[in-house]
Design a binder for this molecule. Structure first.
Ligand code: AMP
Ligand code: ZN
Length: 112
């Protein structure tokens, strides 16, 4: 499957890793939109929020369990924003479910 983030998981494309375990990977966004901009992805390929169901939603709950730890590892101390884009109108550019963690500075009221 021609999926950029699956290739990053397999190590075929390099990434700046922040956290990894058997279920998820977190790495720095290549084009950061805040001082800290980390992407968290499940190792299981799920296209987007639209494709989350009762069989794969454990990935999403697990990611949210781990986000506080990942934010700390990334150096965030004063709050952060979590965003996921789904589909065309949201301008999702990589079709592998991912959560943006943005922080490390005061964010504008609206971002992305
Ligand atoms: P989205 O627009 O929500 O689909 O977000 C995709 C994100 O992936 C964007 O913020 C990109 O900057 C980021 N991105 C694309 N390619 C890479 C890469 N090779 N390594 C890290 N981040 C990437
Ligand atoms: Zn994928």
């Amino acid at each position: 499957m021609d999926c950029l983030f699956c290739k990053i998981i397999k190590g075929e494309i390099p990434s700046s890793k922040v956290y990894e375990d058997e279920k998820i990977l977190a790495f720095n966004d290549i084009n950061p939109e805040a001082k800290v901009h980390v992407l968290v992805i499940p190792k299981e390929h799920i296209c987007c929020v639209d494709m989350v169901n009762k069989d794969n939603s454990h990935n999403v709950s697990y990611i949210f369990e781990k986000i506080p730890e990942i934010a700390k590892i990334a150096g965030i101390t004063n709050g952060y924003r979590v965003i996921t884009n789904c589909g065309e109108d949201a301008c999702q550019s990589v079709k592998h479910l991912h959560f943006h963690i943005l922080g490390g500075e005061k964010l504008p009221e609206h971002i992305r």
